[in-house]
Design a protein around this ligand. Structure first.
Ligand code: ZN
Length: 190
C-alpha cells in the first residue's frame, strides 16, 4: 500500500527515530508499504520518517541506476550490488571512510529540489533486516551516498543541513514556499 510522503515542514522529519527492538507484524507491513511508496515515487531510498514514523528503519534500492554506479563488499569480497538489492536497514550503524565526494542529491521530501552535497565516499554498514538477520556490508558510489542520506533521516537530519550555506541561500525561497505549503496542508488535516 502506497503511503503519503511527508514533505519539508512536517515536524516528523526532524524527529530522531526510536530503535526497533522487536520486528512485529506492523513493522513488516510498514516495510512493504515503504517499498511500494519508494518505487512509486522512483526513489532510491526512503526513511520511516518520510512516511510519518520516527523509527530507525530505512529501505534502499539502487538497482537500475547505471549512470551513477554503486559498489558493495560483503566479508571483504566484492559483490554485485544488484544481486543484494533491495535493502532493509533496521537500527543501522555507519562507519564512514574514504575521501569526500561531492555529487547531486535529491530527496522525496523535497520535490524538484536538487543540490550538490559532500559526503565521505565509502561507508561500512551494520544493521538488521526485516527478518531479524544481521546485515553487514561496505558500500561505495551511489549506494554509499544513499545510505548516508537515509541514515541522516533516521537522526532527523535533512540534506539541506549538509548544503553549502551559499546553496541554501539560493534555494531559500523554494524551501520556504515548500515548508509553508506543508504546514498549510497539515493544518487542514487537523
Ligand atoms: Zn531524503
Amino acid at each position: 500500500m502506497k503511503l503519503e510522503i511527508r514533505t519539508y515542514g512536517d515536524p516528523v522529519l526532524r524527529q530522531k527515530g526510536a530503535r526497533i527492538e522487536k520486528i512485529a507484524p506492523e513493522i513488516k507491513k510498514l516495510v512493504a508499504d515503504m517499498f511500494d511508496t519508494m518505487y512509486d515515487a522512483r526513489g532510491v531510498g526512503l526513511a520511516a520518517q518520510q512516511v510519518g514514523h520516527a523509527l530507525q528503519l530505512t529501505v534502499v534500492d539502487v538497482r537500475g541506476i547505471k549512470d551513477r554506479p554503486s559498489t558493495m563488499q560483503v566479508n571483504g569480497k566484492t559483490v554485485d550490488p544488484e544481486a543484494l538489492m533491495p535493502l532493509v536497514l533496521i537500527n543501522p550503524e555507519l562507519k564512514l571512510s574514504g575521501e569526500t565526494f561531492t555529487g547531486a542529491e535529491g530527496c522525496l521530501s523535497f520535490p524538484e529540489i536538487f543540490a550538490d552535497i559532500s559526503r565521505p565516499s565509502e561507508v561500512e554498514v551494520t544493521a538488521m533486516d526485516e527478518k531479524g538477520h544481521q546485515v553487514s556490508f561496505r558500500a561505495g558510489g551511489l549506494l554509499a551516498k544513499a545510505v548516508q542520506h537515509e541514515f541522516d533521516h533516521l537522526q532527523g537530519i535533512l540534506f539541506i543541513d549538509r548544503m553549502k550555506s551559499e546553496t541554501k541561500r539560493e534555494l531559500k525561497s523554494e524551501l520556504d514556499a515548500l515548508a509553508e505549503k506543508t504546514k498549510l496542508a497539515l493544518k487542514k488535516k487537523k
